[in-house]
Design a protein around this ligand. Structure first.
Ligand code: SF4
Length: 456
């Protein structure tokens, strides 16, 4: 059967989609990008904000026409919204055939068999223990970045704004042997860079192995050139991870450390377990480990504005923190009340106008900081890894690549000059706030660590 999966939301959903593709392809089904020829369409959904759910509901409505035409046999909702809504979705939308939570993705091939036997609608939101302790087969597709490998699922934290603990369940760490096997398979398929993912990845723990030790083991895999990970929670024990991270050659100099707010009062209301001062100390310590290197490490973050009870003074403290840290990038959102969370029931909600105004102010500040940082980088020689290419309007190809710090660098070169995964030395020649432009330093080649590298 030809199928299509549309993915909404976070890296975990991207990983889950690839896992489902691997399982469905293994069962003889075939992925298609063409909706008109798909016999099954799955929406892998997100519940983190109201807007994300509204987009999915709109999409379900749009897809009805494919059902009406008769070619589309099965329409399904997977992921966090499936887990949260369950049978309410199939009750409300009679043409939905399948609703599953993230815990059931390992059963996707069996569930499709049941649909083919005429068993519909199917709802599976019971399992948080799926076939997670198996390496998921990678779908047979061309190498495409970023490439995620999940090391843990779920979350034991209790942030008052977040639905993840209820949609993805408590923390479950994967057996490190399974993780290593999955990474090795991807490297054999041609991947040079892997991003390890988990909701609070520094909570990883399996039979006495903590995340720093896991990182050391993955770092040793031959053929792997770069290793990233996300998301770290700013917990008191994170310094040991920073130290290991700075000592490993393949681990990129990029840390995603969500702060959420610069106000201790709001951090407490969010039930984040650190203070503004502790967060700033972690940032200072992390940066100190890279002193003397050619480029400073990158730090990115998540920030919510307009959390219930947030005053102008609280918001100013967030702006001050952003000015002090100077994040390389920040994912900034207006607070969105999620049903069933503690914060949604708080009576001191901030009005939409104020939330929008604060978000605009924060976006503008971060835009200026990111622009300044990029301008300071121009003139530097850096190593980038090619991720993808598109035909350039001036002829030839425009290659999109990434520095070790995660910054995007675009470069022009003839078609076929590079392939995804090639490491290229470039001179940074210009920028916008969010993109750098570079010139390859030469077309010569040498090898470094057994990997093909284009060098000056
Ligand atoms: S740490 Fe907090 S925000 Fe992150 S997934 Fe867990 S509960 Fe949600």
């Amino acid at each position: 059967m030809k199928y299509h999966i549309q993915t909404f939301g976070c890296q975990m959903n991207v990983y889950d989609t690839k896992s489902m593709m691997g399982l469905l392809n293994g069962a003889g089904h075939e992925y298609t990008d063409n909706l008109a020829e798909a016999e099954m369409i799955l929406l892998n959904t997100c519940s983190i904000r109201e807007g994300a759910e509204q987009r999915v509901r709109g999409r379900i409505g749009q897809l009805k026409r494919y059902k009406d035409k008769g070619r589309l046999r099965f329409l399904g909702v997977c992921g966090c919204m499936g887990q949260k809504e369950g049978a309410r979705l199939t009750d409300a939308v009679p043409y939905l055939d399948l609703v599953i939570g993230p815990g059931a993705i390992g059963s996707i091939a069996r569930l499709v068999e049941e649909l083919e036997r005429g068993n519909r609608p199917l709802v599976d939101i019971t399992g948080i223990e799926d076939e997670y302790d198996q390496p998921f087969p990678a779908p047979n597709e061309a190498v495409s970045y970023p490439c995620f490998v999940s090391v843990m699922k779920g979350c034991n934290k209790k942030c008052t704004f977040c639905v993840v603990p209820s949609t993805r369940g408590p923390e479950r760490s994967r057996d490190p042997r399974i993780i290593l096997q999955e990474v090795e398979t991807l490297v054999q398929k041609g991947y040079k860079e892997i991003t390890l993912i988990g909701q609070t990845i520094n909570s990883y723990r399996y039979d006495g192995i903590r995340f720093p030790q896991l990182l050391e083991r993955v770092n040793q895999i031959p053929g792997l050139a770069r290793l990233r990970f996300t998301t770290s929670y700013p917990s008191t024990s994170i310094r040991a991870l920073f130290e290991v991270m700075a000592s490993l050659d393949k681990v990129c100099e990029q840390l995603h450390l969500p702060v959420q707010s610069g106000s201790n009062r709001i951090l407490k209301a969010m039930r984040r377990t650190y203070t503004r001062e502790e967060y700033l100390n972690q940032v200072r310590y992390f940066r100190s480990l890279y002193e003397g290197r050619a480029l400073p490490p990158a730090i990115t973050t998540d920030i919510i504005v307009g959390f219930p009870g947030e005053t102008e003074e609280d918001f100013q403290q967030t702006l001050d923190l952003v000015r002090e840290v100077r994040f390389d990038a920040a994912f900034m959102f207006k607070y969105s009340p999620r049903p069933g969370t503690v914060a949604a029931a708080m009576i001191n909600q901030v009005d939409e106008y104020t939330k929008s105004r604060r978000l605009d102010t924060l976006l503008q500040l971060q835009h200026e900081i990111a622009g300044e940082m990029n301008r300071n980088l121009t003139g530097s020689r850096v190593e980038v890894m090619i991720e993808r290419s598109t035909p350039s309007s001036q002829g030839g190809m425009e290659y999109e690549s990434r520095m070790r710090t995660g910054r995007i660098v675009k470069l022009s070169a003839p078609a076929g000059a590079y392939s995804p995964g090639d490491l290229v030395q470039v001179l940074l020649t210009g920028c916008t706030s969010y993109t750098l432009f570079g010139d390859p330093l030469s077309s010569g080649e040498s090898t470094q660590g057994g990997l093909k590298i284009h060098v000056a």
